[in-house]
Design a protein around this ligand. Sequence first.
Ligand SMILES: [Zn+2]
Length: 332
Amino acid sequence: MESLVSDRRRFLRAAGAAAVTAMNVCGAGSTLKPTAQIAITLDLEMSAQYPTREMLEWNFQKGNLDEATKRYSVGAARVAAQYGAKIHFFCVARVLEQPKVSWLKRIIEAGHPVGNHTYDHVNLKAATAQQTQFRFQRSPWLVAGKSPNDVVRENIRLATHAMKQRLGIMPAGFRTPGGFSNGLDDREDLQQMLLDEGFKWVSSRYPPHKSGIARQPPGEDVYRSILNAQQAAQPYRYPTGLVEIPMSPISDVTGFRSKYWKREYFLKAVGQILDQCFERREVFDFIAHPSCLVVEDPDFEIIRLICERVRDSDGRAEFGTLDQIAARVPER
Ligand SMILES: [Zn+2]
């Protein structure tokens, strides 16, 4: 009996110690930063100067995706899925005028979200209706008598309707064509317009950063500038309640198209950003375009790098769609 009692005391002491340890772990756990969230986002549009440098007509037909771009998009979704990741796509909805949209339906059926990127790829901050898009500069009768805000609102609405009718889905969020260094900080009217159109978040901000001299390897100052910009561009909530999820530098078109980067420079920059994000438990909103990557990274090395690094992050990072990232931004 005696021994049983002492055994029991020993057990209780041990259990108590274990409980205290557990509490400490939990206590420490509650002060730990959350996991880093890593999003891979691809804008489904044609990019000027791809597949060859003289190709500029895409500026007028951003939504008229060619076969190689569509194939790459499907391939990228498949590669990401091998790692359990979803790609967050953004659709320039004029592509839905094409005879076949089965490639995009396959992507949707595999569970990848697709957001609204307007119908014609319009600039939300353009000063006149014609300046919202090259198409309307060439064919001004399409927007005659309209204010720039009318054109923008109609173009966003048209994309939503087209996605509903042709794809059977509601858009998963909104990304502005082009990025703004201050996002929509200066345009409460546009924040409100997006809320009125049913969106809870926008991805509109692209932070300024150095990108070096064209055709030359980027210096350490460029890599440092990208890391600083990435750190400064974390999700936040506007006074209207709309959430901003900035695009993270460096975008594919900035590196490859504007500065003629080699893939190794780009992979180095992305690797450094991932290190920093994992360390600081931050958000990385990788932004690229299949129309550019199909030429610059045909074997999906960049997407594989991101996926492998998250997989090997020891729980410091997880994949996130922009909906999942927006859900973590605190209410005001
Ligand atoms: Zn775009």
